[in-house]
Ligand binder design. Structure first.
Ligand code: DNO
Length: 395
């Protein structure tokens, strides 16, 4: 397996030279500065590539092997194959990436909001901080801050009562905080930051789009883009929903093994692949992570490895240290290594230690939420240790 590291670009607090010190060799990056929907040019991709791949004297090389993500504009999720101009622009971006020889592209198909949390700095017993999704706080936002008209139907009486108590105890600052965390699009999100009125409008634009229709739109999108990817030798990898269930009454269709099976059946192209994310899929107790890795092994080209721990009835969760969550990371890596052994060296799975606790010096620094250097490096080191023990040291 290849050790990846997500790098948010030249403005990121973690520099490429620091990345080298973590032991990572493969960079995962995106042109976050390009507005969603605008086609990337080859020149722009090459510029980023040359930042990453121009190695200073006596330093080890880095290679840009994964684009995470080329964002899929809202129109594609709402209209599927009818969003012709948006799909053409996406293919143009893909072609620019392919022209630069970058072999893996990650994307997701979550409507309106990408990955979602309610707390970014939840203090863990070690003193490090973690990200957390608190179902009651989320419901309080949905019901009483966003005031989504249909929201009441999506919660039980008991949920609504608890959410009201939570909401009434929130200070103005806490309300502003949770609003910012949920609406402003977390780092790497492929959805736009929203104001509350814009958020409400977007939700209205999705009325009538259920899971069947959203899945159809994704299939239409894949039918349009996989021929271009296949012709250029690029693997597309669909990131799972995070969390893997409906939010705000919106459909989510990449939450379970069955969801992925339906997509692979509908679009069998070898370019139709999976970004296997233990942290996202692992929030559902009914997702058997090693079984999913085994079932879709040949489709997995990119892996996000991190851990979550479910709390209470499982709808609330926090991000744990990489080996301390609900997922059996050793069992997962066994499956990924077995697949890797069937592949040629240039085709092995790129993984990155995803997210990480904010700890040590990072507690006093400005960090990208979820992506502090030290916590991610701790995770990477632990994962590397497992791979060595499995007799499969990563490159
Ligand atoms: C969060 C990430 C997401 C993910 C995109 C994939 O940390 O996993 O930003 O990369 O949703 O398209």
């Amino acid at each position: 397996m290849r050790q990846g590291w997500r790098w948010f670009g030249p403005e990121a607090p973690v520099t490429l030279d620091e990345v080298r010190q973590t032991g990572a060799t493969n960079i995962v990056s995106s042109l976050h500065q390009v507005p969603i929907g605008r086609a990337w040019t080859e020149r722009e991709v090459r510029e980023r590539q040359s930042l990453i791949e121009t190695t200073p004297a006596d330093r080890s090389p880095l290679i840009w092997s994964v684009v995470e993500s080329i964002p899929i504009p809202d129109a594609v999720k709402r209209k599927g194959g009818e969003a012709k101009a948006e799909i053409e622009a996406w293919i143009a971006s893909l072609e620019a990436v392919a022209a630069c020889g970058i072999p893996i592209v990650c994307y997701n198909f979550m409507p309106v909001v990408d990955w979602t949390r309610t707390d970014l700095d939840f203090v863990t017993p070690t003193g490090a901080t973690a990200m957390r999704f608190d179902h009651e706080r989320f419901a309080a936002f949905d019901l009483f801050i966003l005031e989504r008209p249909d929201a009441a139907h999506h919660y039980s009486d008991e949920d609504r009562k608890r959410a009201r108590v939570v909401y009434e105890a929130m200070s103005d600052d806490e309300i502003a905080d949770i609003t910012r965390i949920i609406t402003s699009a977390l780092p790497g999100s492929t959805t736009e930051p929203l104001t509350i009125p814009a958020f409400r409008e977007k939700l209205v634009a999705y009325s009538g789009i259920d899971a069947t229709r959203l899945r159809r739109h994704l299939v239409e999108f894949l039918e349009a883009v996989t021929p271009a990817a296949e012709a250029r030798g690029v693997k597309l990898t669909l990131h799972p929903d995070d969390p893997p269930r409906s939010l705000f009454g919106l459909p989510r269709i990449a939450s379970t093994g069955e969801d992925y099976a339906a997509l692979f059946d509908a679009v069998p192209s070898a370019a139709n692949g999976m970004c296997y994310c233990t942290g996202s899929l692992g929030v559902r107790a009914d997702n058997d992570l090693p079984a999913i890795a085994r079932r879709f092994a040949s489709r997995i080209h990119f892996a996000h490895l991190r851990a979550t721990t479910r709390e209470g009835d499982g709808r609330t969760f926090h991000e744990s240290a990489h080996l301390e969550g609900d997922a059996d990371m050793v069992a997962v890596l066994r499956e990924l290594v077995a697949e890797d052994r069937r592949r040629s060296a240039e085709d092995t799975i790129v993984f990155r230690s995803d997210h990480g606790h904010r700890m040590l010096d990072d507690l006093d620094k400005t960090v990208t939420p979820g992506y502090p250097a030290i916590g991610r490096m701790r995770g990477l080191a632990e994962l590397r240790g497992i791979l060595h023990a499995l007799g499969a040291p990563p490159s």
